[in-house]
Each structure stands twice: as C-alpha cells, then as structure tokens.
Design a protein around this ligand. Structure first.
Ligand SMILES: O=C(O)CCC(=O)C(=O)O
Ligand SMILES: [Fe+2]
Length: 238
C-alpha cells in the first residue's frame, strides 16, 4: 500500500488510527469490558420481537427513528444505548454533534451484508461496537462509471482491503473510508487473515490464522443531522 495515512482529526484517538488504510479509520480494541458486552447482549435480546426486522442475510433493530431525506422523526434512545452513544460522541467522532441513531445488526455464521455505502442521510462518520464474534469487514472501490473502462469490474477486482473487527472493539470510519469506498461482509463461516487485513497488528490475530465466526451483534452508531420535531409535525406549538 502507499504512504501510511496520518490522522489528525481525532487527536484523542490518534494512536488508534489505522495508517495502512486510506483516511480515516480508528480501531480501538477492548473499547468495552466483557461485563459491558454481556450486559449489551442481554439488552439486545430482551427487546420485543417486533423490534427485529428480518433481512436477507441478517436481522436488525432500528433505534432513534427512521432516517428520511425530509428529516428523521427522532425518538429518544434507550438508556442502555445512550451510555455508549454519549461516550463515543464525547470523543468528537461526529464533529461535536451527538449520535442520535443506532442500528443493531445480528449475523449468524455464514451471514453478511452486500457491499454498500451508508449514504448522505448521516453525518459522514459511522462508529461500530462489535459484540459476540469477530468478522472481516471488506472494502471496495466504487464502480467506475467511465465509459472508457472496458474491463469487467468484479467485486474481486474492486476489492481494496479488510479490517478485522473483534468483539468489544470500537471502529470509526470517516472521510474517504466513509464517503468513497463501499463496505460489506462476505457470507462465510470463517475469515482468513491475509496481508490485506490493514489493522492486523492491532488485533489478537496473526497472519495465516483462520477465525471461525460465531453470532455477531454490531451496534452501528451514527448522527442523523436532519431531524423533524414531532410536535411541529402534529401542528402543535413547541
Ligand atoms: O455489521 C457491521 O459492522 C456493518 C453494518 C453496516 O454496514 C450497516 O449497518 O450499514
Ligand atoms: Fe454500512
């Protein structure tokens, strides 16, 4: 890879910057304790069944409201999430704004998520706390729209690098790693550690390790800048 990237934007997190990836990735192993991990898992699994949405390849819970181009009708986050959204917001991950949205994803071994962008409804930073299992998060170049490009652009040819996200870790993606590259998780039951894992040195794994997946929960914590006030929508004063 080219010159290691220098991280300036979040000074508190400077030493967690993954310099072998384009700007900007912070990877903080053991961001939460095992006791906190267990407590969070308990909360996730005690949410009412109707909180879960089944998608192909994973299921999820949406907290904070549904992001919408016209504005999110914001709902207060439950306290068990707010503890962490506040902790992360105080690291200036969202440029001084406070996280107001959390997606909880559950992946069984063999499940994943197609390469995608998180898009313009969010402040361009995503922060992720992982629970239960490690996984490789893969990054891809966007499809080149230039008509001069005639070679097929397969997922394989667009692949850039991977990040190993371990249970209890915090991952922060911003700048190009949020706005330019796509990210996804392959539908596999294990992950092989290659030289393409950009943060390998900050993890417990080593080159050549094959890590079997178990059930993983990710809390993806974001700031939705555009919110609408419920009272205004209902035509009430204040
Ligand atoms: O589970 C993850 O770490 C990734 C989830 C994701 O990409 C998303 O919810 O947009
Ligand atoms: Fe995503």
């Amino acid at each position: 890879m080219e010159e290691p990237n220098k991280c300036f934007s979040l000074p508190v997190l400077g030493r967690y910057c993954v310099t072998q990836a384009p700007p900007t990735v912070y990877y903080v192993p053991e961001f939460i304790s095992e006791a906190e991990e267990q407590a969070l898992l308990k909360q996730v699994y005690s949410a009412p069944k109707c909180k879960w949405t089944q998608l192909s390849g994973r299921r999820l819970q949406n907290w904070g409201g549904l992001p919408h181009p016209k504005g999110m009708l914001a709902e207060k986050l439950p306290e068990w999430l707010e503890t962490y959204t506040e902790k992360i917001s105080l690291l200036s991950a969202f440029g001084g704004r406070h996280a107001n949205h959390v997606l909880v994803n559950e992946y069984k071994p063999g499940e994943g998520i197609m390469p995608h962008e998180d898009g313009p409804l969010y402040f361009p930073t995503v922060t992720t706390i992982s629970l239960g299992s490690q996984v490789l998060l893969d990054f891809y170049q966007p499809v080149c729209r230039d008509s001069e490009v005639t070679t097929p652009q397969t997922e394989e040819s667009r692949y850039l690098l991977s990040l190993l996200v371990e249970p209890r870790s915090l991952l922060i993606l911003q700048d190009e790693m949020y706005t330019r590259y796509l990210h996804g998780i392959q539908e596999m039951t294990d992950d092989t550690m290659t030289e393409c894992v950009a943060n390998l040195n900050s993890t417990k794994a080593r080159l050549g390790h094959i890590l079997p997946r178990s059930t993983r929960i990710s809390l993806t914590i974001r700031h939705v800048p555009k919110v609408v006030n419920a009272a205004l929508l209902l035509g009430r004063k204040k």
